[in-house]
Design a protein around this ligand. Sequence first.
Ligand code: ATP
Ligand code: MG
Length: 502
Amino acid sequence: MQSVLECRRITKYFPGIKALDEVDFNIRPGEVHALIGENGAGKSTLVKIITGIHQPDSGVILQNGEPVEFRNPIASQLAGIAAIHQEATMFPELSVTENIYMGHHLARRASRLLDWKGMKLKTRSLLEKLELEINLDTKVKDLSVAQRHMVEIVKALSVDAKIVIMDEPTSALSLREVEDLYKIIRQLKATGQAIVFISHKFEDIYEIADYFTVLRDGRYIGEGKVSETEVDEIVRMMVGRSLDQMFPKTKVQLGDTILKIEGLSKTGIFKDISFDLHRGEILGFFGLVGAGRSEVMQAVFGIDTATSGKISVKGTELSITSPPVAMDRGIAYVPEDRQIQGTILDMSIQDNITLPIVDKLASYSLLNFQKEGEITREFGERMEIKTSGWTQAVNSLSGGNQQKVVLAKWLATHPEILIMDEPTKGIDVATKARVHEFISQLAAEGLAIILISSEIPEILGMADRIVVMHEGKITACLNPSEADSETLVKAAMGNLLPQESE
Ligand SMILES: Nc1ncnc2c1ncn2[C@@H]1O[C@H](COP(=O)(O)OP(=O)(O)OP(=O)(O)O)[C@@H](O)[C@H]1O
Ligand SMILES: [Mg+2]
């Protein structure tokens, strides 16, 4: 079948790095094409070239057999290409409708005034078609991470695109939302649209993709039909060797209780949350998006305050009124949304990693630059951040490497209690096993860890105990040995299981 879009020998340089090296990539109509590769392999760069954000240094793009040039994003949009980028491109202060029609407003023909009524009607019908319950007038900054992602998707669908590119659309979604997204993709496919799909989750790829192309270090490695290829083979193409995908957690003798939460509630958000966390323990938190897991942890870290309940650290009841108070007590929180809460994007890797410990590094009010460099190197290397130098700005790193900076930053604070919210989101399989190994090592060193994750294999493989939440309440507390994905999902959907006695 003729390609709708064909990239031939695309090369792209960034300062200090060849991000793409003569890459070939073909997209056919009615096909879901997975673009696969490790963090920093060049996937997003290729997407940005197809969408006119970056210009290639050499190579050509053919559309329906004709050479084309996308000098800017509008040119690519006009050619029928829509994209959901890995990094949010929305305006937080504007409403859902305003964001969806940004760049392609509808206007009334006679008066040429903006047709807000028309735009709202269309948005509403799109939202209804996708069965999304999102208010059109809500400002984007007030949406949850998952909702924001769904709005990005609606935005891509609001232009009648022939090619829809999704750069890690599922990393911010969980279970039900992912199902919704699969449904949307199948609809698009049925109408002959071509879909490019980027994901680090093999469940996604095997569920939805027909075809795949693998990149490694900016180079084209190979392509094939998903149904005719084993996971191991794709992994070997990605990383150049075979790999144990899951890191088995080492059993650690649990120490004494370091954190005790009793009856923590916040009106309308979460209710009567109680749990203990021990030294050396990894306590998993599982649930659907919106179950309230992040909100509970934000209350523990002082980003938010609970309306009632008790938080005790090492046996002393505390009132945690702000993050510095929590950090003082040895608590660190790695947020889910690296773009809003996690990193300061235009600062360097080094400045980001040492930001929370700047006070400690300053002696005689002069920053200890050498120490700063050492710490950055230590944690940057442990997290295997792929970069051309520690002074590189975080916003020019690949998505997965930005996530690693957030992790490194909080680890450098040497916490006693580490709360991680979806820590391996956007991290490739090879690195994920290493991050898991690292988390397990930290637990073995006596760190108490709370791991919020929507990934069932990660929760089952890593946690010593699993707390499941549904609509703001704890519905189960399970031992991984007696839990399977079915029990977890049931509890996350609200089927109450008896609490395990400790
Ligand atoms: N604007 C930029 N300036 C400098 N370097 C960049 C820029 N954008 C990307 N790079 C570099 O190009 C390489 C490829 O990055 P890219 O974002 O395409 O990776 P990716 O395959 O999407 O990875 P991930 O899975 O982590 O999202 C990386 O080494 C990255 O640091
Ligand atoms: Mg990327």
